[in-house]
Design a protein around this ligand. Structure first.
Ligand code: HPA
Length: 273
């Protein structure tokens, strides 16, 4: 991140301040096709990215471009409805800017969702999977460059990137949920079969084109992270492997959103999120 990054964060925080939005406790990020997760928010304010100075604009399919403020089960939340990806040409700093903005507004916990290919043949298409850990195969980090000590440590710990207590609580409300390791790549092309075999041999269960930059930043910023993937397509290879299409990804993600919403709401109702 460059030396002006803290100023970009502050300009966005100031823009949010003008909406009169309440300080959120929880930040929620909806991935590809997962915007229906936001249906239950009692909305108090919205802020379009285009009304924030020096803020990126989302162009990815299934992504809007706004922050939504309100309450979920009585908890003040902010949702990032629309995110940024390396494949769109955004820099790692652009991608993680919203993470630091939501942290500066007061968020303590970061709930991230995404659509992913299932490398693990035991993961059924359409099912949500709890993200247990991640592998950053993008070749970049949002933390490269000068560190802003006001935002986080130069060398942040990543050994509990996805908070173990939150993961245990998620399994408490959804005992059948599978846990998987998410490999993040740049995209935008889907992986070749050989690449997927390589990822699987490396220990990955899920593959996608988002999330890893944001989760590095969230750990840097001191946010606790809870993550869910919806397996939108099988990436397990074999003779039945179907061609990958974004249309299928969007359609299946929308179905998986219901179960993630149920888990998040159940955790909020129990007071464990
Ligand atoms: N690969 C990468 N990203 C994805 C996939 C996939 O198979 N499915 C959904 N996002």
């Amino acid at each position: 991140m460059d030396r002006d990054f803290g100023k970009r964060v502050q300009r966005a925080v100031d823009a949010v301040g003008q909406t009169g939005a309440m300080a959120p406790r929880l930040a929620l990020v909806t991935g590809t096709g997962l915007a229906p997760l936001l249906d239950r928010i009692e909305v108090s304010a919205r802020l379009a990215y285009r009304d924030i100075p020096d803020f990126p604009q989302s162009s990815a399919p299934g992504h809007k471009g706004e922050f939504v403020f309100g309450h979920l089960c009585g908890q003040p939340v902010v949702a990032q409805n629309g995110r940024f990806h390396l494949y769109e040409g955004w820099s790692p700093a652009d991608i993680v800017l919203p993470v630091y903005v939501m942290r500066a507004l007061g968020a303590q916990t970061y709930v991230v969702t995404n659509a992913a290919g299932g490398l693990n043949p035991d993961f059924p298409v359409g099912a949500p999977v709890l993200i247990g850990d991640q592998m950053n195969f993008t070749g970049v980090s949002p933390l490269i460059g000068p560190n802003d000590d006001a935002l986080g440590l130069r060398f942040p710990d990543m050994s509990r990137a996805y908070d173990p207590d939150l993961r245990a609580q998620a399994l408490g409300v959804a005992p059948g949920l599978k846990t998987g390791i998410y490999a993040g790549l740049k995209g935008p092309e889907f992986e070749t079969s050989a690449e997927r075999r390589h990822l699987r041999a490396s220990g990955a269960d899920l593959v996608g084109m988002s999330t890893v930059q944001e989760v590095i930043a969230a750990n840097h910023a001191g946010l606790k992270v809870l993550g869910f993937s919806v397996v939108t397509n099988s990436a397990a290879g074999g003779p039945d492997q179907q061609p990958d299409t974004i249309e299928e990804v969007l359609e299946v993600a929308a179905k998986g959103a219901d179960e993630i919403r149920r888990i998040v709401l159940a955790m909020l109702e129990k007071g464990v999120l």
